[in-house]
Design a protein around this ligand. Sequence first.
Ligand code: FMN
Ligand code: SF4
Length: 216
Amino acid sequence: MQAVRDAVGDRIAIVAKMNMDDGVPGGFWLDEAIPVAQWLEADGTVDALEMTAGSSLLNPMYLFKGDVPLDEFAGVMPQPIKAGVKVIGHRLLKSYPYVDGYLLEDSRQVRAAVELPMILLGGITGREVMDTAMADGFGFVAMARALLREPDLVNRLQADPAGRSLCIHCNKCMPTNYTGTRCVLVDRRTTRSATWGKPEGYAPTSAEWDASHPAS
Ligand SMILES: Cc1cc2nc3c(=O)[nH]c(=O)nc-3n(C[C@H](O)[C@H](O)[C@H](O)COP(=O)(O)O)c2cc1C
Ligand code: SF4
């Protein structure tokens, strides 16, 4: 961590994204994650903590929750891995139900153990879970799929606090990492943000919104 701080000085904030539950037997869990978070705090080089979960190799869906994109994963693999994914992929890609803010309960336990600013991650899709995070002492929220689906979501939520992400947690974006990361529901030929080029806080009209978000 010190090497990173030495490299960036005080120009760039350093965020540690660390696991608190691997989701595999014998894996990392909160009982180890909390002391590690405290070590990072005592070390003094990190500006904020972002807690995550799952194991990219052993249990990737434990981080994402929601639908398992088995066919899409098989589709980007060469043979014979493709055939293997189809046959035994369901054992590696287990299914977990999606709920908004699904890392909140575990992240709260880390929040209670350190003073460092924290970033809540995992299923941040609208103002309700953002407000809960702020009320629980998180300084920030992080969004991945919600912004992949709608890069201008934050502006939309600013204009319409009752709105929520159009992401359906199908997770078909996961295997697009191999071919160009994208939301499969966004038509790259036609879709553009309804608020690009507009002043900050601009609220798109319904017609602009519909034109920039083709029906999925
Ligand atoms: C297509 C895709 C690629 C991702 N790539 C990375 C990555 O390279 N490194 C990483 O730490 N997390 C990666 N993630 C995980 C996200 O950073 C985030 O932890 C996860 O999607 C949960 O947040 P969300 O509910 O806002 O999507 C990726 C997620 C998606 C959907
Ligand atoms: S492909 Fe699009 S809708 Fe599906 S999970 Fe990814 S971002 Fe969300």
